[in-house]
Design a protein around this ligand. Structure first.
Ligand code: IPE
Ligand code: IPE
Ligand code: MG
Length: 260
């Protein structure tokens, strides 16, 4: 057998997708897309270059979630506190948002994605509000996935607004004080038509919630990664989902009781 070269051909390795249990997908993934500024600094670029690169990652991750079959994806794009950044950065971010919507609307229509905004929409001003409303109206009948962008969003502000609307409805007599429970309360939030997030991902090595979905994350599983948002890939998204699927969610019960 001298001279016969036996080469080891590895069998086709399992694709990451195959390691995901399609029956236990998160119904709702929320992402705090952080680290654009640090990505830019690492590449000796201006902060806006980091935000533009971040918008490319958004495209990739939206497409990946649609492909995997995630019903709801919510992306934290601009917080109520981000208004206090330097005016040039805020203006640049608004420009990137406009470009994103105009370039992605066609793709959302093709991919059956319903576009949604949570946050203080009016604070964004025209023409952005018009562009966002137009995208929401045009995609309203889509059922493949709900993509929510959190814009001018603050969790505390959302809860305060809900409390105020509830107080108004009680005063007007359309709601009784006794009817205010957590289910009713949730109906007054921006996320009234969304399930609570099952999985929250935060990039860039920060371990905080930064005023995101404070009410909704009561029993959400958290996944933190050091990867900066512009470097976040579909592979890492799959890793986060795999990690999520290995966890036991107890919702206050004891191990072995049915997941609630
Ligand atoms: C996240 O990236 C994007 C927004 C908050 C708009 P950052 O801009 O916060 O990036 P870092 O945290 O400075 O790296
Ligand atoms: C959270 O990131 C907001 C978004 C990702 C849109 P920040 O960069 O604003 O949060 P902090 O300041 O580090 O907490
Ligand atoms: Mg940041």
């Amino acid at each position: 057998m001298k001279g016969v070269l036996i080469t080891y051909v590895p069998c086709v390795t399992a694709q990451p997708m195959e390691e995901i249990d399609p029956n236990r997908l998160p119904r709702h993934i929320a992402i705090i897309m952080d680290g654009n500024g640090r990505w830019a600094r690492r590449h000796t670029l201006g902060r806006l270059a980091g935000h533009r690169k971040g918008a490319e990652a958004v495209r990739v991750i939206v497409e990946a979630c649609r492909e995997i079959g995630i019903p709801c994806l919510t992306l934290y794009a601009f917080s109520s506190e981000n208004w206090y950044r330097p005016p040039q950065e805020v203006a640049g971010l608004m420009g990137i948002l406009r470009d994103y919507i105009s370039s992605e609307l066609k793709r959302m229509l093709e991919n059956d994605i319903r576009f949604n905004v949570i946050g203080d929409l009016e604070a964004l001003g025209e023409p952005i509000v018009g562009i966002l409303r137009d995208a929401m109206a045009k995609t309203a009948a889509n059922r493949g996935m709900v993509l929510s962008l959190a814009l001018s969003y603050g969790g505390r502000d959302e809860i305060v607004r809900a409390a105020r609307s509830i107080a108004e409805d009680v005063a007007r007599g359309v709601l009784t004080k006794e009817a205010v429970d957590s289910e009713t309360f949730a109906r007054y939030l921006y996320t009234a038509d969304l399930p609570d997030p099952d999985l929250l991902i935060r990039t860039s090595g920060e371990y905080r919630i930064s005023n995101f979905l404070l009410w909704q994350c009561a029993y959400t599983e958290f996944y933190f990664t050091d990867t900066l948002w512009p470097d976040f890939t579909k592979e890492e998204l799959l890793a986060a989902i795999r990690d999520f699927q290995r966890r036991e969610r107890r919702f206050g019960r004891v191990s072995g009781q049915a997941e609630g």
